[in-house]
Design a binder for this molecule. Structure first.
Ligand SMILES: [Zn+2]
Ligand SMILES: [Zn+2]
Length: 394
């Protein structure tokens, strides 16, 4: 492993920032203390700070040396700052002091890793162009802080050629990392199917159009979508998770509803299947005489790494963590991530940094970010900047 020595030496200081953030978790768009902490640190490093993108988001601008000619090259590095609405059960000395709030996804660590890199880059300024350090709110819970920052002009006010994200990953050894070529994480959409029938007496079914029978047929028919209509080389999950109808033993109800979620790895599959769900449901219900309508509640799109950038990231991982530190075999995950909105607009890639095999899973009440990762993540960030921008040896 070839961590940057000055960053490695600051691991205890970074761990103290991380544990401070861990004690004060804030959820979507409420990251007031967190963003104030980030802004104060950036300012103390002499970095230009822009506040209030996506309500509580922050962009730190690190100016490098002027380039000789042409447009200024620029790179964006993104960390998420938000916590989850849940109770912590770790009993750590620095456990959450906020009721029903917990940093259970390691965003306290992601924020700290980027601060550590920013501190080093601002001290050296050994690159040409600009580094934008993006601290975003509201990644969790579908609140799409990344999209809020984009809507507030992130890419217009801070023009960048590429954007990069990083997440710690329990189940992958600490000291190893991965950048998928192509899809890294799924898109996750929700939908509600409303079945309109005609209710009546349970003993007189011929006078009704039974939405419960329709719901049964739809439930079975939808099982054929992934198994029979998806290429074996693609991946998707369709789960029906809510089925509601009826209120009495002797009444056939007027309506039934089915709710579910669709997870896909490709934008094309997502678009096609969201249409197909409605078509299959309407067709399956036809024999009952019921009508079906569908409401889609869009979630995060699939997170798709740009192939060339994923190759660059893999080179950086090998350089910093050693050739054994590069994981290449892990498949993409069916969880979703709003960094996908940034990758829809910019080149770049998303890196998983192993958190260790012993780490409790993300979103567990026992989870805690592994502070060993702080110098690894910060070193990866710095080398990523060097891989993308012209620079001198620091
Ligand atoms: Zn999470
Ligand atoms: Zn997360």
């Amino acid at each position: 492993m070839r961590l940057i020595a000055e960053i490695k030496d600051r691991q205890p200081e970074m761990a103290s920032w991380r544990q401070h953030l861990h004690q004060c978790p804030e959820i979507a768009y409420e990251e007031e203390m967190t963003s104030a902490f980030v802004a104060a640190k950036l300012e103390s490093f002499g970095i230009e700070v822009h506040r209030g993108l996506g309500k509580t988001g922050i962009v730190g601008v690190i100016h490098g040396q002027d380039s000789d000619d042409g447009p200024v090259p620029a790179i964006g590095l993104r960390a998420d700052m938000d916590a989850l609405p849940m109770e912590e059960r770790t009993n750590l000395s620095y456990a959450s002091r906020h009721p029903n709030r917990m940093h259970a996804c390691g965003h306290d660590g992601h924020t700290t890793m980027l601060l550590g890199a920013a501190q080093y880059l601002a001290a050296k300024r050994h690159f040409e162009g600009k580094v934008y350090c993006i601290f975003q709110p509201a990644e969790e819970g579908g609140h799409a802080g990344a999209r809020s920052m984009i809507n507030d002009g992130l890419f217009d006010r801070f023009p960048m050629d590429s954007v990069w994200g990083m997440h710690n990953w329990p189940g992958l050894e600490a000291g190893r990392a991965l950048a998928h070529i192509g899809p890294a994480m799924a898109g996750a959409d929700m939908f509600v199917l409303t079945i309109e029938g005609q209710g009546g007496h349970a003993a007189l079914p011929h006078q009704t159009r039974d939405p419960i029978v329709a719901a049964g047929m739809i439930t079975v028919a939808l099982q054929t979508l992934v198994s029979r209509q998806l290429s074996p080389f693609d991946q998707a999950v369709l789960s029906l998770t809510k089925l509601q109808a009826g209120s009495a033993f002797n009444v056939i109800p007027d309506t039934a509803t089915i709710g579910g979620t669709l997870r896909t790895m490709k934008t094309e599959t997502r678009d096609e299947f969201l249409q197909q769900i409605e078509t299959v449901a309407k067709t399956a219900a036809k024999v009952t005489g019921c009508d079906v309508s569908m409401e889609v509640r869009p979630g995060y799109p699939p997170t798709i790494n740009h192939e060339e950038d994923a190759v660059v990231a893999r080179g950086v991982i090998s350089e910093v963590l050693g050739p054994d530190g590069l994981e290449t075999d892990m498949t993409a995950a069916m969880v979703a991530e709003d960094f996908s909105y940034m990758l829809q607009q910019k080149e770049g890639a998303y890196i998983w940094l192993g958190a260790g095999m012993e780490s409790p899973s993300l979103h567990s009440a026992l989870y805690d970010f592994n502070d060993e990762l702080l110098p690894m993540g910060a070193s990866l960030w710095v080398r990523m900047v060097e891989a993308k921008l012209p620079h001198q040896t620091a």
